[in-house]
Design a protein around this ligand. Sequence first.
Ligand SMILES: [Zn+2]
Ligand SMILES: [Zn+2]
Length: 348
Amino acid sequence: MRAAVYRGVNDVRVESVPVPEIGPGEVLVKIHTCGICGTDLKKIHTGSHSAPRIFGHEMAGIVAAIGEGVSGFKIGDRVMAYHHIPCGECFYCRKHTFAQCETYKIVGCTAGFEPSGGGFAEYIRVMDWIVRRGLVKIPDDVSFEQASFIEPVNTCYKAIDLLKLQPDETVLVIGQGPIGILLAALARRTGATVLTSDLYPERHAIAAKFGLDHPLDARGDVVAAAKAATEGRGADVALVAVGGNSLIQVAMNAIRSGGRVMLFAATQHGEAPFDPAAVCMDEKTLMGSYSASVAIQDEVTRLVLDGYAKDFDLTQLISHRFSIEDAVAAIEMASNPQPDSMKIVIQP
Ligand SMILES: [Zn+2]
Ligand SMILES: [Zn+2]
């Protein structure tokens, strides 16, 4: 089969590799659509992980083979697969901080080499604990493209859940790439007022399809705009949905005393400036959310599958589709976002 193989920093090559073999309790899935996630790009560009690997984890496809003892699935079933599922029993699982569970950190889907998702390939092997708890059936009337958003929506839903938004609150979402729009759209569903900030009108136009009707030009004074929308107080919540640390201070300045800032794209360790008195004296909370949660899996599945025919058609976020042969170009485009590029998917 063909696969986009990570061979080292900034080095991904489309190669022929063996179709993965499956064992008892495992399932082989033929990938239809796999979205490119910012964390895939981070790994490719920083060399944070050893090579070779096959990345990709926002995936949906068709069951192509079934291992001994698998129940509940048959060849031909349409599915999406989570690549991380926690043990459910350890200290961190009991505290519902699933992303810190040691079992969660083991990747349960692979197209070969060190398991890393594998969605940038024609087939993936889904390991037994994922088959039991992280393989989700897709009804015939929902597209694979829509289903490929289940994992990223889960990560966004988890962040919004943690914020415990109230309908009388105002939320500022900084960054309107596909993840920023997802966060904003989910925040809006709580009844909160949502302000969205981005450099590009093209992105605000897509956000508007999700009912996001308070666009702010990021070149302007976003802090002043957040205050103007809240009787001078500042937003109750700011979500930072762009990488880099330069917007943390903007987000802190844009919220009221006692408000909270959620970091959603700060996936690289380092140091960032912030005002400690804003946390202490102004009682502002700086928080983060990472990866998905099994606790909300059913709600998220319903939202994405039922929303397809209603007001939550996420395929509107897809701007470019690439074949596996053009996976390198896909990764290149995702790494250099343009005003008209949103979610980029690979369709082997
Ligand atoms: Zn991801
Ligand atoms: Zn655990």
